[in-house]
Design a protein around this ligand. Structure first.
Ligand code: ZN
Length: 412
């Protein structure tokens, strides 16, 4: 086969549910329903969040690039114990505090160039749907009420553990929520009764929903009983995503609830997980005071989304110089004066590069390799521009380069 013809492999993605790369068999041009777990808005988002949301932004951009129409939704967890504790400490109303951090989060997303999310949905806006799902689970005998709330009975859902790979004994060792009124330690709450703080009316007394049911209420309301892609940080696999599957499939009887489960690797700093509890977080807005959004995006794209990323100033400086190098080459090309003749080489080169780029991204979104293709292309374009390139070739080359760089959200 000559260069430029379709030697490309179709898109394969690693599915956490089956633990292997699978053909992404949705027809091109169709709508991909994509849900990603959003933040609990009780503090400023940090670089761990940036790592996850940039990775899923690139995935959404690439699906658009291939010709899918992506409906990308994210939830905002504004009903959570941590939020209520924080509000009490700062003498604010929980939802007032939640709105402040939500606003800051949305500003962070915009500043990072994360523009493909169609809607951010607050859990507090879905109380009728949440209570309807809980009622449905009780009616089906999958959940039970105690004096403290409503719990999902894990034993009644034999597939529980399929996503995390935990067996029955291991599940029993994971004491999810300490509560003496539960039938089994692995049962998780759908509703907890509270007579103070943020609370809503329900048939099971005033209280608040569990975190897991908030997300199934939002996704099923918007996407229906099953959908295509669910993303999140890998630490959410258990219990959160395991519980989401159990709730949804027990309620609807349809499986799989989600066809492809995608999970991003941890972000560490000096080898330790970046987390609030360890006190080593760098807020996104602080990082953006030192590095540009494109430098951060370049840095994260230089790792595969499933890989663990260790962040350091040295790594970020390397990203800055790598991005600067591509940008410098591209400017040499852009600023060159078109000449007559000299057509085919640039076009062949562009076609080959775009085909390589697709092959990298089609292999479970291999952004480090895609970045290398883009770097190499920038070098070749700057070299060819110096030799002379006619105007139509230059325009085609520039458009192709931008199509690719736009997937990674750099040099746009
Ligand atoms: Zn979630």
């Amino acid at each position: 086969m000559s260069r430029g013809e379709s030697t490309e492999l179709p898109l394969h993605v690693y599915n956490s549910l089956t633990r292997r790369k699978e053909l992404f068999d949705l027809r091109l041009g169709t709508t991909v329903k994509f849900f990603v777990c959003g933040p609990t808005v009780y503090d400023y988002a940090h670089l761990g969040h940036a790592r996850t949301y940039i990775a899923f932004d690139v995935i959404a951009r690439y699906l658009n690039f291939l010709g899918y129409h992506v409906r990308y939704l994210m939830n905002i967890t504004d009903v959570a114990d941590r939020l209520i504790e924080r509000a009490t400490q700062s003498k604010k109303q929980p939802l007032e505090l939640a709105r402040e951090y939500e606003q800051a989060f949305l500003e962070n997303m915009k500043a990072l160039g994360i523009t493909n999310v169609e809607g951010y949905h607050r859990a507090s806006d879905y109380m009728p749907q949440i209570t309807a799902q809980i009622r449905g689970l009780i009616d089906k005998g999958m959940a039970y009420q105690t004096e403290t709330g409503v719990y999902f009975e894990v034993n009644k859902f034999p597939k529980f553990g399929q996503l995390s790979g935990l067996n029955h004994d291991e599940l029993g060792l994971r004491r999810l929520e300490l509560c003496s009124s539960k039938k089994n330690t692995e049962d998780f709450s759908l509703w907890r009764r509270h007579d103070a703080g943020l609370r809503w009316d329900s048939p099971w007394g005033e209280g608040r929903p569990g975190w897991h049911i908030e997300d199934t209420a939002i996704s099923i309301t918007n996407f229906g009983e099953t959908y295509d892609l669910h993303g999140g940080a890998s630490e959410l696999i258990f219990p959160h995503h395991e519980a989401e599957i159990a709730q949804a499939e027990a309620l609807t009887g349809k499986a799989p609830f989600v066809k492809f489960w995608l999970h991003t690797g941890l972000l560490t700093m000096k080898g330790r997980k970046m987390s609030k509890s360890l006190g080593n977080v760098i807020p996104i807005r602080e990082a953006l005071g030192q590095y540009t959004a494109e430098e951060l995006r370049y840095f994260f794209s230089s790792f595969h989304y499933r890989e663990q990323v260790n962040i350091s100033d040295a790594g970020l400086r390397r990203a800055r110089s790598g991005l600067g190098y591509i940008g410098k080459n591209f400017r040499v090309f852009q600023n060159s004066t078109p000449t007559l003749g000299k057509r085919s080489r640039a076009l062949n080169m562009i076609q080959t590069a775009e085909s390589k780029f697709r092959n990298c991204m089609n292999d479970d979104f291999d952004t480090p390799k895609a970045l290398a293709v883009l770097t190499n292309l920038s070098e070749n374009l700057s070299r060819l521009a110096k030799l002379g390139m006619d105007e139509p070739s230059k325009i085609t080359a520039e458009q192709a380069f931008r199509r690719m760089s736009n997937v990674l959200g750099i040099l746009s």
